[in-house]
Design a protein. Structure first.
Length: 344
């Protein structure tokens, strides 16, 4: 499989941001951005105007920095667009909402190819389209001359559709802990890319373009989920946030988690065998799949796609795996820590 070629000074400077100019870039990007169903006034003015049927707006922001969140020699422009949009759209779903619009801030070197930026816009549009969302505005600036990196700051807006927002702070002792979506696939794909390979394609693609279960968030809210969060930094790490905010203990059932994520055997076990790794390390601590983690009252039937993987208990807030402290389990499976640590 051919890797996307890095962009830089070697590219056609006639197509660069420096030559095309800010408004030329904006025009090209907007031509690929699609339209948002809620937009009364779309891109092009000082600000967009959106209809808010629910009367409340869900808002969330993520920043993606080249070299930390993506590499242009590993991912195509469309991949980067999909990934940047997905990271934000998943956060809206984790509140029980449906994303309606994106605002995008872009900082890039002056020699960045406009065709690359068009690809990013196309990837974002494709990720948003099934939800009826689109980019409705933003800003473009030149990055620091000595950085040479692209930075994308994406803000997602969403609608709750009359539902109460599902917070991280609502889990109660006796609740069922459940997950939906992939776990460990993006981390596995990253491990493959770091070793200079591009297969199995399934896990590499999972790293380049995560597939969050967007519809599962509102479905969980409708079913009575008591707490929910997006798994972006790792299952154990994000479970720790939920446990802390709710003041409870989360005990992940190791056997149930393995059944939910590693059976039947697939590419994670294939890669782990080749690398001498434990696939459970990726499942427990790998981020950027943007699965959803939630708690439900025991009397509630879990919505389609949700699988029970543990329980909520009383006690000093923390996370355990079949009774063992999460940090100890992370070390035992070779992960070292429970998930991604910003500034770590």
């Amino acid at each position: 499989m051919t890797r996307p070629r890095p962009l830089g000074p070697r590219d056609d400077l006639a197509d660069s941001v420096r030559v095309v100019g800010e408004f030329g870039v904006i025009a090209r990007v907007l031509a690929r951005s699609g339209s948002a169903a809620v937009a009364q006034v779309g891109p092009g003015d000082d600000a967009a105007v959106l209809r808010v049927p629910d009367g409340r707006v869900v808002a969330t922001t993520d920043v993606l920095v080249e070299g930390r969140h993506f590499r242009r020699d590993w991912s195509s422009a469309e991949d980067v667009g999909h990934k940047a949009a997905a990271a934000n759209l998943a956060d809206v779903a984790a509140m029980g909402g449906v994303a309606t619009a994106l605002l995008v801030g872009l900082a890039c070197p002056a020699d960045t190819a406009t065709t690359w930026l068009e690809g990013v816009a196309a990837g974002m549009a494709a990720e948003c389209a099934p939800l009826g969302a689109a980019v409705v505005g933003g800003d473009t600036v030149a990055s620091a001359p000595d950085s040479g990196s692209v930075v994308l700051s994406v803000t997602a807006l969403g609608d709750l559709g009359g539902r109460a927002p599902v917070l991280r702070s609502g889990a109660r002792p006796g609740d069922v802990l459940a997950v939906t979506g992939r776990l460990g696939w993006s981390a596995c794909g990253l491990a493959v890319l770091r070793r200079g390979f591009s297969s199995p394609l399934a896990v590499v693609t999972a790293h380049r373009r995560p597939t969050p279960p967007y519809a599962a968030g509102p479905a969980a809210a409708d079913a009575g989920a008591t707490a929910m969060c997006d798994v972006s930094d790792g299952l154990l790490a994000d479970a720790g946030h939920l446990a802390s905010d709710s003041g409870v203990v989360l005990d992940v059932d190791r056997a149930a988690l393995v059944r939910a994520t590693l059976e039947p055997p697939g590419p994670l076990q294939q890669v782990a065998a080749a690398l001498g790794a434990d696939p459970l390390a990726w499942v427990l601590t790998g981020g950027e799949d943007h699965a959803l983690l939630a708690t439900f009252p025991p009397s509630v039937a879990l919505p389609d796609g949700w699988l029970a993987v543990g329980r909520v208990e009383e006690g000093e807030p923390g996370v355990f795996v079949s009774g063992e402290p999460a940090a100890d389990v992370a070390v035992a499976v070779g992960a070292g820590r429970t998930g991604h640590v910003h500034f770590g």
